[in-house]
Ligand binder design. Structure first.
Ligand SMILES: Nc1ncnc2c1ncn2[C@@H]1O[C@H](COP(=O)(O)OP(=O)(O)OP(=O)(O)O)[C@@H](O)[C@H]1O
Length: 276
C-alpha cells in the first residue's frame, strides 16, 4: 500500500499516501489529450504472472474490434511488453504537436507499448518505479488515441506501483481478472481483486485461462492444472461474469506469429465481453 505520511511531511499527494486524514481528496484522474476521447477504460489484471493476461487482453481487443468497436490497447507491462508482437506491429512511432501516434494494426487496433519505442524489441528496460509509473501516465494522456470506444490496459503482474498508478490515476471503469485453475494462482489473483475493490474499481469479469485441454482425437476434456475454480472464485469475490479458455497450443503459435487477431474464440469470451 502507499506509504502513510505524517501531517508534518504531507505533500498533499493523496495518491501516494494511505492516511485517511481529513484533508484527503480522491486522487485526480487523468484525461486523454485534446485529440482523444475514450469511452471505456478496462484493466486486465491477474496478480500472478504468466497466467495469460496478455493473451486475454489481445483476445478481448480483437473480439471488440470484430464487433465494430474502436479499440486501443495500453501495454502497461512496461518492462515485459508483448502486445506489439502478438499483433505483428513494430515501431518506430511518430510524434505530433499533441502527442505520440500509437501503432495501428491491420485490423485498426491502436497500440502503445514500450517495445514500440525501443530501438530493438529485445532491448532490456531497467527503469525504477517512478519512471515506470510516469510512462504509464504518458501512455494514457500523451498519446493521440483519437476516438476510442474501449481502451484495454494490459497490466503487469502483481499489485505494486504500476497497478496502483493505473487504478488510481486512469479513469478505469472496471477490471477483468485472469486466473488459472491452481490454488496458488487463485489465492494471488484474489489479492489483485481485493485491492481493486479497495480502490473502488469494480471487477466485472473473471476469465479462467488454461482451464482444460480438449483432446483433439477423442474430444475428452482433461483438467491439466486441476479442476476449474472459476465459479468458486467468482462467488467468493462476487464477480458477476465468468468465462473459461482451454489450453490450446495453437493460441501460443498464433501469438508468436503475430496473428492473435485471427484466433477463433467460438464465443468463449462472450459473457465477459457483454459485461463491458
Ligand atoms: N490458453 C493458452 N493455451 C496455450 N498457450 C497459452 C494460453 N494462454 C497463454 N498461453 C501462452 O503462455 C505464455 C504466457 O501468456 P501471457 O504472456 O498471455 O501471460 P501473462 O499473464 O500476460 O504473462 P506476464 O505475467 O509475463 O505478463 C504465452 O506464450 C502465451 O501465448
Amino acid at each position: 500500500m502507499p506509504e502513510q505520511q505524517s501531517p508534518a511531511t504531507c505533500g498533499h499527494n493523496c495518491g501516494g499516501c494511505s492516511s485517511d486524514c481529513s484533508e484527503r481528496t480522491a486522487p485526480a484522474k487523468l484525461t486523454p489529450n485534446s485529440v482523444s476521447t475514450i469511452n471505456h477504460v478496462i484493466g486486465v489484471v491477474s496478480g500472478k504472472g504468466g497466467v495469460g493476461k496478455t493473451l486475454v487482453t489481445c483476445m478481448l481487443a480483437s473480439e471488440l474490434r470484430k464487433r465494430g468497436y474502436s479499440v486501443g490497447i495500453l501495454d502497461a507491462d512496461v518492462t515485459g511488453p508483448s502486445i506489439p508482437k502478438a499483433f505483428g506491429v513494430k515501431g518506430p512511432l511518430r510524434g505530433t504537436e499533441t502527442g505520440i501516434n500509437p501503432a495501428i494494426t491491420t485490423q485498426d487496433i491502436s497500440i502503445i507499448s514500450t517495445n514500440l519505442l525501443l530501438p530493438r524489441e529485445d532491448d532490456a528496460v531497467a527503469w525504477r518505479g517512478p519512471v515506470l509509473t510516469g510512462i504509464i501516465r504518458q501512455f494514457f494522456n500523451e498519446v493521440n488515441w483519437g476516438k476510442l470506444d474501449y481502451l484495454l490496459v494490459d497490466m503487469p503482474p502483481g499489485t505494486s506501483d504500476a497497478f496502483l498508478t493505473v487504478m488510481q490515476t486512469l479513469p478505469v471503469d472496471g477490471i477483468i481478472s485472469v486466473s488459472a485453475p491452481q490454488g496458488l494462482v487463485g489465492m494471488i489473483v484474489g489479492k489483485a481483486i481485493n485491492l481493486a475493490k479497495d480502490l473502488d474499481v469494480p471487477v466485472v469479469g473473471l476469465v479462467e485461462n488454461m482451464s482444460y485441454f480438449e483432446c483433439p482425437d477423442c474430444g475428452k476434456r482433461h483438467s491439466i492444472f486441476g479442476e476449474t475454480q472459476v465459479e468458486e472464485i467468482a462467488k467468493h469475490y462476487d464477480i458477476p461474469h465468468t468465462a473459461t479458455l482451454p489450453i490450446n497450443p495453437s493460441f501460443a503459435a498464433m501469438v508468436d506469429a503475430g496473428k492473435v487477431y485471427d484466433i477463433e474464440l467460438n464465443g468463449a469470451l462472450d459473457t465477459v465481453i457483454e459485461a463491458i
